[in-house]
Design a protein around this ligand. Structure first.
Ligand code: MN
Length: 145
């Protein structure tokens, strides 16, 4: 992750990848949401089909809002950890109703987006989730040497 950032590569960091992105930039994690944050929303929904929305996310970031084309999205949820303190240079760009950070951007870099949900399990069913991967591919092509 640090090498990808150093080389200013496009990064789409998914779930644990977003947590690794945060730690690589100096942030910290909530080690267990249920234990340390409370249980108003279940974020580890292993009983649901993988593509099934588990909660909403309110978006505010410039990139993610443009990609998704809306300010409130439905996401699946298979995590028990979450971002606590943000890494330096990371912005929270979307939160769940119980105020868990669900998506981040790093504006100082070429194209770095992290999402706490799993768009790779949803893109067949939700066009806005497919848009995330289309944007990544577009940015990779733009970034070719
Ligand atoms: Mn979640």
């Amino acid at each position: 992750m640090q090498e990808a950032l150093r080389l200013n590569k496009p990064v789409l960091a998914i779930c644990r990848g977003m947590q690794i992105l945060n730690v690589a930039m100096g942030g910290t994690l909530i080690q267990d949401i249920l234990e340390l944050w409370g249980g108003s929303i279940k974020h580890f929904r292993e009983e649901l089909p993988e593509h099934m929305p588990a909660h909403t996310v309110d978006l505010c970031g410039e990139k993610i809002t443009e990609i998704m084309g809306k300010e409130k999205i439905d996401v699946n949820s298979f995590h028990h950890q979450a971002i606590d303190r943000l890494g330096t240079g990371l912005l929270c760009t979307g939160i769940s109703p119980d105020k868990i950070i669900e998506t981040v951007e790093a504006p100082g870099y070429f194209w770095v987006i992290g999402v706490q949900w799993h768009p790779e399990l949803m893109f067949n069913y939700f066009e806005e989730q497919h848009n995330l991967f289309k944007s990544l591919v577009t940015k990779c092509l733009e970034n070719m040497p």
